[in-house]
Design a protein around this ligand. Structure first.
Ligand code: SAM
Length: 280
């Protein structure tokens, strides 16, 4: 470690054996560890015999702490940022701090490792060439539906984080908007004793979760198969031309609805094609 740097260090998401050798080296040798919850991280550090002092840096104090950390980095000290689990900044605090340090021209060094979304994706058996990480769905019913409606035609794999008290509500909202046939993999308690990775259509998956209280406990990643891309021959040339003309004047939603009335082709198909034409 030559020039002072802020190290962004990934920690395990359950199985402590997943910490990397480099993460341990960095956590031992820095002068300070900025941790989301110092009591939580104390257990991790104690397990590995690491005695580096910690500061709490969380959503509610990040701005103030960023300035203090910057001063210490400028003074030549090395500092590590960790979160409660996995990779900091991925649905976790740290964005403001990283930006502040980078804007000050100081080094930010990633020390990669566990991340729940990548862990779920690599075992889900759903295409990973294009995926869209959506983090947590909004808690409010209306906002959640709106978010899902904006994703219904997305052909990329979708990845969501979810907590035990909202898992059933979110699965139900997914079925309402995406339909019961959409294939979803529920990845629960990854790397832990009760790890479960189970995939099925929403129509089958929801009763499976409902009927087993154990499947409603712990931490979840939902991996949702992307929408089927409309096959070119599902839309005949006439319907496509009508849609293209309407799109010059109307919104995607309006053009799809009117084209469906004029041509008799399914609105959903036209809507997906309209999004594709608009490059959305
Ligand atoms: N920074 C973390 C990462 O790299 O994945 C994510 C932090 S976010 C606050 C916590 C969420 O991540 C949980 O609610 C859950 O959705 C997901 N998660 C974390 N650990 C998990 C695990 N072992 N199994 C399944 N999901 C997990």
């Amino acid at each position: 470690m030559s020039e002072a740097a802020l190290y962004i260090v990934a920690t395990p998401i359950g199985n402590l054996g997943d910490i990397t050798a480099r993460a341990l080296d960095v956590l031992r040798s820095v002068q300070l560890i900025a941790a989301e919850d110092t009591r939580h991280s104390a257990r991790l550090l104690q397990h590995f015999g690491i005695e580096t002092p910690m500061w709490a840096v969380h959503d509610h104090n990040e701005r103030g702490q960023a300035d203090r950390i910057l001063q210490r980095l400028k003074g030549g000290e090395n500092i590590a940022l960790i979160s409660d689990a996995g990779t900091p900044l991925i649905s976790d605090p740290g964005f403001y701090l990283v930006r502040t340090v980078r804007e000050a021209g100081l080094r930010v060094v990633p020390v990669p490792g566990c991340c729940a979304l990548v862990t779920a994706l690599c075992a889900a058996g759903i295409a990973t060439d294009r995926f869209r990480f959506e983090g947590f769905l909004p808690a409010k019913v209306q906002a959640r539906l709106q978010r899902l409606e904006s994703l219904v035609a997305d052909t990329a794999t979708l990845v969501f984080y979810e907590s035990p008290h909202r898992i059933l509500d979110s699965l139900a909202a997914l079925r309402d908007v995406f339909g019961g046939e959409r294939y979803v993999v529920l990845a629960r308690e990854l790397t832990k004793t009760f790890e479960t990775i189970h995939g099925d259509s929403l129509d089958q998956l929801i009763p499976w979760v409902e009927h087993d209280a154990n499947q409603q406990r712990g931490e979840f990643v939902l991996v949702v198969q992307g929408a089927e891309a409309p096959a070119a021959d599902d839309l005949d040339g006439d319907a496509l031309r009508v849609l293209e003309v309407l799109l010059e004047e109307l919104s995607v939603k309006q053009a799809a609805a009117l084209a469906a009335k004029l041509t008799g082709v399914k609105k959903k198909l036209l809507y997906q094609e309209a999004l594709r034409l608009k490059g959305e």
